[in-house]
Design a protein around this ligand. Structure first.
Ligand code: HMG
Length: 445
């Protein structure tokens, strides 16, 4: 069977940086440790005044095409995943293709373009679409370009304001990929939920605490569904487990649940029995409530066990390093978690070819999806080429007053005129509106 998966990855971070514990927390009257210890965040990325989902997506895609030496003719499909779109009809992928056509010979007239929506899950769903398109033999030898791009802004003073972020991830999906091959097996957990939504409004309506519970419930369902096709999983089956990361503290909650589930009926559960007992079984309880409470107690104990802590340090913690410094990128979030893990492995010189990751994607509304990825020979060269640390380090540090201005600049209901904080160089920029209220872009040398 032909292997299909991710052949190249590039990112583009919003060019502004807000220091959460030192700049944001004091102004909000909060303890900085809520960020560093609770949510697990150091800083977030914001778009400068000339940046938006199109410029960030086009800039990530250009970086990817330049590095791979691609022309428009090599790409048969462009899917953009976003929940920050500004048009209910014309997809963001057409704007991005228009940008790219300004700088490459040829055009994308032959390419199928679309926009995927299911909150943060849409990036993974776009990869699925590309996978199916290639597996069906409809790609005529061409690759698919998937771009996950978002400005994750919340209303001022909404609790979600703590977890904002902005950036794009571009991924090339091909046959015989250079980074990871995707599994055919997938698992879903999907239900009609009202935890986080944007009913024709720019900023989300969020039931934050509930959204955390919905994330965990759907992720558990997806894991069970995945195991129904892959067979039981074991914590040691996977080198890394990248999750959708709205903030690292969320992944901390998901990870312990995943570990409990996958270590049940294994030698790990046996080893831990003397210290924390066996895992509670529902059949041993009279009510669901009693069972749920027993499970909660078990997981509190599990978190303190060396076995779990070592697994977490090796398998989960490395997926969080980019997210900690950029906040929530919505559709791009799980894809920077994968990239963080691979960069970590590269730094440590790990031999990963043939090894597996389990990837847990999630979108509010709500649906979780779980699949496995096998890392392929030659992955190091393609992961090393992604410019991550320099991009993050180059961001301009904004003060709290500047943050307030930037939030207003990107608020569709406000009109404010603010000078850019950085100078664009070799990138696409937003230049204003055209006669039909379309957004316009140009490439700045
Ligand atoms: P909050 O009220 O700002 O924060 O809401 P909190 O008071 O709950 O504190 C957060 C954590 O920090 C807690 O840890 C505190 O204990 C801890 P936890 O108990 O949960 O383990 N903490 C401290 N720790 C140490 N020292 C301190 C300290 N103070 C507090 N001094 C909330 C947090 C996540 C609800 C809020 O930020 C929010 O509404 N965020 C937006 C929604 C969200 O991100 N939900 C996540 C799941 S849904 C999802 O992932 C989908 C999404 O990406 C959208 C999509 O799919 O499109 C959001």
């Amino acid at each position: 069977m032909t292997a299909v998966g991710i052949d190249a990855i590039e990112i583009w971070t919003g060019k502004l940086r807000l220091d959460l514990p030192n700049t944001f927390a004091p102004e909000m009257g909060e303890d900085p440790e809520k960020y560093t210890k609770g949510l697990g965040l150091e800083s977030s990325s914001f778009p400068d005044v000339y940046e938006d989902i199109v410029t960030m997506g086009a800039n990530a895609a250009k970086r990817l095409m330049d590095r791979k030496g691609l022309t428009p003719d090599d790409i048969g499909r462009i899917d953009v995943a976003t929940e920050s779109a500004f048009d209910n009809s014309k997809p963001v992928s057409t704007y991005i293709a228009g940008c790219l056509e300004q700088v490459y010979d040829g055009d994308f007239h032959h390419a199928n373009k679309g926009e995927r929506k299911f909150a943060c899950l849409a990036g993974t769903q776009s990869i699925d679409d590309a996978y199916n398109w290639i597996k069906a033999g409809r790609n005529r030898g061409r690759a698919a370009l998937v771009i996950a791009t978002d400005t994750a802004l919340y209303e001022r003073d909404d609790p979600g304001e703590a977890t904002q972020g902005a950036g794009a991830v571009a991924m090339l999906i091909t046959e015989n990929p250079s980074i990871v091959e995707l599994s055919t097996e997938q698992g879903y957990g999907s239900a009609d939920e009202t935890d986080f939504l944007k009913p024709n409004q720019q900023f989300p309506s969020v039931d934050g605490k509930r959204s955390v519970q919905v994330y965990l419930a759907r992720m558990r369902e997806a894991l069970e569904d995945y195991e129904s096709v892959s067979g039981d999983t074991h914590p040691d089956d996977f080198e890394y487990v990248p999750f959708h990361t709205p903030f690292p503290g969320m992944v901390r909650k998901a990870a312990v649940l995943g570990y409990r589930h996958t270590s049940r009926d294994t030698e790990i559960e046996e080893e831990l029995t003397d210290e924390i007992g066996r895992q509670p079984r529902e059949a041993d309880f009279e009510s669901r409530e009693e069972y749920t409470e027993a499970i909660r107690d078990y997981m509190d104990d599990l978190k303190g066990m060396d076995q779990y802590r070592e697994w977490y340090a090796e398998t989960i913690e490395p997926t969080l390093s980019i997210s900690r410094n950029v906040g929530n990128w919505y559709t791009g979030s799980v894809h920077i978690a994968r990239l963080s893990a691979l960069r970590h492995a590269l730094e440590r010189g790990e031999e990963l070819a043939g090894k597996q990751m389990l990837v847990g994607s999630y979108g509010s509304g709500a649906q979780a999806e779980i699949h496995a990825e096998t890392i392929v020979d030659g992955w190091t060269e393609h992961v090393e080429a992604v410019e991550v640390e320099d991009q993050l380090a180059r961001r301009y540090d904004i003060s709290f007053d500047e943050y307030e201005l930037v939030h207003d600049v990107h608020n569709h209901e406000k009109e404010v005129d603010v000078e850019a904080f950085t100078t664009p160089e070799a990138e696409f920029v937003f230049t204003g509106w055209g006669r039909m209220n379309e957004r316009r872009y140009e490439y700045v040398e």
